[in-house]
Design a protein. Structure first.
Lengths: 490, 393
């Protein structure tokens, strides 16, 4: 990389970089420095980090090799590959090494997978931009990405990583190519997986919302036009790929450290542009109800997980509160024990010894929850129990206790309030019967456009989306009316 | 109730029939299958393909339309009526595409305006200087359109230079460790609220990367967090020169942006209608000013068409021209040294000392005037009238 020349006097000149066509020689130096450091001071943590980096780079090259094999025309047109890694032999051996490494170490690493997808996208788009930018076409490729019902049914989103609140969306990394244009995918077309990394950088969101709350969801931008998201895509990473390849070559000792990297910069980076509009639409698939039930199940699980987490947090923090609180001094415990007999204590501070034992004996969360409910019912009817002198160990039924309460606190309710209450309850029941809607994200992508034409394609793509929305709404209305009519006839 | 439903059904079926007839007339092979008993009521992919096919072949500007540019004269830029590009595909209810010419520039206008109003003029200049030094930049914001447009705008603003490293308009959150990359990059990242932003900025990897050249453009609160790399931030701070015109343009653009009808406020209306003529003129001037400012760093290279030959030599072995930075920098250094020497000698002359004395006298005179009777009289008069004016208001 650095040429150390001796002048006529024999004195050493400072190393001079060759800036023939390249930019960023500072980074070449940085990479070499990294390598030198790794040779000089072998540190376990550093080595692990570098191994990780090296393996990632190998995967990039391996995938790139595979991809470039499928499009041989492109490999000849792109100077990136001509300059980087020398002879084909060397490249083959690299690929094989990369394959071994992936097999042993790298599988299952989601971050690196995502990283790889991004890089693949970069590489494929940049080379595509070089080779396929034809003047007779306004754009090169259209893709529609979303998730298929079958994918969701086979692999429901993980509930443990998706929010904690009831209406929080679920995120899935399983993204399908729903539609593409042109239909006959050429060799150089970008696969859906690579596109997904760009359009759904944080995964695809699926949200279940009660149908009666659809208007509210629209206002919040969870559904419909308000929730449209726009993205510009531009890719110029040939230089990045060069660095990656150089680094691989150095790390894997295919190239000696003194190899002039300036050779690899003989590349003209090209920039290819694209646009994407991500919309949030109601899933109207025939399997929508199945998906809703699957997501609902996940939501129940999440709810349970949150409850357990909360309970655990309370338990975890409890000793501090117990010992720091004055309420748990010996005097207060005595007082609380004395009040238990009169049925006036139902909070945690005044639990009986049996309850204490059962709570600490680790019967389980269900027991704890049962106990909580029991104590609640007891509390609601404790006045009666105390005054009747009946056995406190006998727990009255739920209905009884509520009735008792009603008798005790019999507040006259006006007819108007009753009517409103009934109407509200009926509305609640009716809206519950309507069920839920499943909102999924869909991304409309056009790639291979010119930078100056981006507003034109945004406009056209938005019109296409609006048109689809209109048709969908119209057909949905007809369908629902037909369905209701058939029901009436039946 | 049933009558109402039937009425509604009739209207809908009528509308659907018309729609269907139109669809079938346009493309006899396709149709809405869903009405014939299917349970899915989404858009037919075949129709989409037909629209896309038409778009692919027809949606482009003619050569004459591409040549349309804003007039050079500022008055005619603002006053002349804009031409429009209109295309009606007449397929399946697809709305016509109508846009002003020249086409609205998503990154060059919307992205620049967002960036310029966010990090202000001084922030933008520092950011561009960081990019000229090939330091990494992470753009974070809540809206994907703003983040991607700003990231792309940075590429354009580097003109006449071209970004030669990694560019990722949107980086997944789980790949935040990418900021430690030794290769410089421009990347965007979406955040979900201020808490999320806080977690990104205080992430260990980000903090570490900031010590090695990473800077963050925070579009949420409109801040530029400059790298803490040793030497770089200090150098930029000390060598910083404000561009007064840029500050004025920023104020002007800010006043346009405050107008509720401004298309710069909403991305959807921007790409449908573009910026107003006054906004586009201001943004054009900003771009020209920045380009002029950045071009000064390669002044010697642009003096003559073949000036670049002076700063390198032809390598016979490789058959390529090798650029030598020393040859470019050394004359600049010499010029600066001689400039300083000249100024040092000049400061010791009687002429210079006399000039300083004059400045001193002028200052004293001004101070005397400001504290004199006349100045106090004028001040009282202005105060009285101002108070009266404010009371009447």
């Amino acid at each position: 990389m650095s040429h150390k020349k001796n002048n006529s006097d024999g004195a050493k000149q400072p190393p001079r970089m060759t800036y023939s066509l390249g930019q960023g020689n500072r980074h070449h130096q940085k990479l070499l420095k990294m390598m030198d450091n790794s040779c000089a001071e072998p540190n376990q943590a550093d080595n692990d980090k570098k191994d990780n980096l090296r393996m990632t780079m190998m995967r990039v090259v391996k995938q790139h090799e595979r991809w470039s094999k499928s499009s041989t025309d492109l490999s000849t047109s792109s100077s990136t590959r001509n300059t980087n890694l020398g002879t084909g032999k060397r490249r083959e051996s690299q690929a094989s090494i990369g394959a071994d490494t992936i097999g042993s170490n790298m599988l299952g690493d989601e971050n690196l997978d995502a990283f790889l997808r991004l890089q693949l996208m970069h590489l494929s788009v940049s080379t595509k931009g070089q080779s396929e930018l034809t003047k007779d076409r306004a754009f090169q490729q259209f893709s529609l990405l979303s998730v298929r019902a079958s994918s969701l049914l086979n692999e429901p989103p993980d509930y443990s990583r998706n929010g904690s609140r009831f209406l929080d969306p679920f995120v899935t990394k399983r993204i399908d190519l729903i539609d593409q244009f042109p239909k006959d995918s050429s060799e150089s077309d970008i696969d859906g997986e690579a596109l997904a990394a760009f359009c759904f950088p944080n995964g695809l969101r699926i949200r279940i919302v009660p149908r009666c709350a659809a208007d509210g969801a629209r206002r919040k931008g969870w559904l419909g036009e308000q929730g449209d998201m726009y993205q510009l895509q531009g890719v110029s990473t040939i230089a990045f790929f060069l660095y990656v390849c150089c680094a691989i070559a150095i790390f894997t000792n295919f190239l000696p450290s003194s190899t002039p990297l300036s050779k690899f910069t003989d590349v003209a980076g090209s920039l290819s542009h694209g646009i994407a509009i991500t919309v949030r639409e109601e899933l109207t698939d025939s399997d929508a109800s199945k998906i809703s039930s699957v997501i609902e199940l996940q939501r129940e699980r999440r709810k349970a997980a949150v409850m357990i987490a909360r309970w655990y947090r309370i338990q975890f923090n409890r000793p501090k509160r117990v010992f720091s609180s004055r309420a748990f001094s010996s005097r207060s415990i005595k007082r609380s024990n004395s009040t238990t007999g009169r049925g006036l204590s139902f909070n945690r501070k005044s639990i009986t010894e049996d309850q204490k034992v059962s709570r600490n004996s680790g019967i389980g969360i269900r027991a704890a929850v049962d106990k909580m409910y029991r104590s609640r019912f007891k509390s609601s009817s404790m006045g009666d129990l105390a005054f009747d002198g009946s056995d406190t160990s006998e727990h009255p039924s739920e209905v009884d206790s509520i009735d008792d309460d009603d008798d005790e606190y019999d507040v006259p309710v006006s007819a108007q309030a009753r009517r409103m209450g009934i109407a509200a309850y009926q509305a609640m029941v009716d809206s519950d019967k309507e069920g839920d809607i499943c909102i999924v994200e869909r991304s409309y992508i056009i790639i291979g456009t010119r930078l100056v034409d981006q507003s034109l394609f945004f406009c056209a793509l938005q019109n296409l989306i609006d048109m689809e929305r209109k048709v969908s709404v119209l057909t949905f209305k007809c369908y629902s009316v037909c369905r209701s009519l058939f029901r009436l006839n039946d | 109730m049933i009558e109402l439903l039937l009425c509604f059904f009739q209207i809908n079926v009528k509308a659907t029939k018309i729609k269907r007839q139109t669809l079938l007339a346009e493309n006899p092979n396709t149709g809405i299958e869903q009405l014939n008993g299917g349970t899915s009521y989404s858009f037919d992919p075949e129709n989409r393909s037909a629209v896309l096919s038409t778009l692919q072949s027809k949606l482009s500007l003619s050569l004459s339309q591409r040549r349309v540019a804003y007039p050079r004269n500022e008055v005619s830029h603002v006053q002349n009526p804009q031409r429009r590009f209109v295309m009606d595909l007449k397929v399946m209810g697809f709305n016509s595409v109508s846009l002003p010419l020249p086409l609205p520039e998503v990154s060059g206008q919307y992205g620049l305006a967002t960036l310029f109003l966010g990090i202000k003029d001084s922030g933008l200049v520092i950011l561009l200087k960081l990019l000229l030094l090939e330091r990494s930049v992470l753009v974070v914001g809540e809206k994907s359109e703003a983040v991607t447009a700003c990231a792309t705008a940075l590429l354009e603003l580097l003109d006449p230079y071209k970004w030669a490293s990694a560019f990722m308009p949107l980086l997944p959150r789980e790949m935040l460790d990418f900021v430690s990359s030794p290769v410089p990059f421009i990347a965007g990242m979406l955040v979900d609220g201020k808490q999320d932003l806080h977690s990104i900025i205080h992430d260990h990897a980000v903090k570490d990367a900031m010590l090695h050249g990473l800077s963050i453009v925070n579009l949420v609160s409109g801040k530029l967090i400059v790298t803490r790399e040793q030497g770089t931030s200090d150098m930029l701070r000390r060598s910083f020169q404000t561009i007064p015109e840029l500050a004025l343009y920023q104020k002007r653009l800010d006043s346009y942006y405050r107008d509720p009808s401004s298309n710069l406020r909403c991305f959807k209306s921007f790409f449908r209608h573009g910026a107003t003529l006054r906004e586009s003129l201001t943004l054009k001037k900003v771009k020209a000013l920045i380009k002029k400012h950045l071009s000064q760093f390669t002044m010697g290279l642009n003096d003559k068409p073949d000036a670049w030959q002076q700063y390198g030599e032809f390598n016979k072995h490789t058959g390529a021209f090798d650029f030598s930075p020393d040859k470019f920098i050394q004359p600049l250094k010499d010029r600066m040294i001689f400039q300083i020497q000249f100024q040092e000698m000049m400061t010791h002359t009687q002429l210079f000392v006399g000039y300083v004395e004059e400045l001193q006298k002028a200052h004293e005179k001004r101070s005397n005037l400001l504290s004199g009777h006349a100045a106090q009289f004028i001040a009282r008069w202005v105060e009285l009238h101002w108070t009266n004016y404010m009371r009447s208001k």
